[in-house]
Design a protein around this ligand. Structure first.
Ligand SMILES: [Zn+2]
Length: 99
């Protein structure tokens, strides 16, 4: 199955040009802020919910401009729900920001 994503620099491209970086989860919490201490931190870092509903995700345009960006996509339909609505961060020359 293929679908297209909207790179904020290059525009719509085939998904095969991109690498999935995972869902946006906000800033990394301190270990002491999670229930269960170290085990809670392990669960936060290793387990992700994969609900069939639109969510913000990180993508890297490795076969294009090299930018990391976030976009909203519905994994049930593979359609972007807010294409180009997220801001780009970094570029290939500076190494960019990874998720
Ligand atoms: Zn691009």
């Amino acid at each position: 199955m293929t679908f297209r994503l909207t790179c904020p620099v290059c525009g719509k491209r085939d998904v095969y040009e991109f690498t999935y970086g995972g869902p946006e989860r906000g800033p990394r919490p301190a270990e002491t802020d999670l229930d269960g201490g170290a085990e809670g931190h392990f669960r936060w870092s290793q387990f992700r919910m994969n609900r069939p509903e639109p969510r913000e995700e990180w993508w890297h345009h490795g076969a294009g401009c090299g930018v990391w960006f976030s976009t909203w996509r519905d994994p049930a339909t593979n359609r972007e729900t807010r294409p180009g609505g997220a801001e780009a961060s970094g570029d290939s020359a500076s190494g960019g920001d990874s998720p």
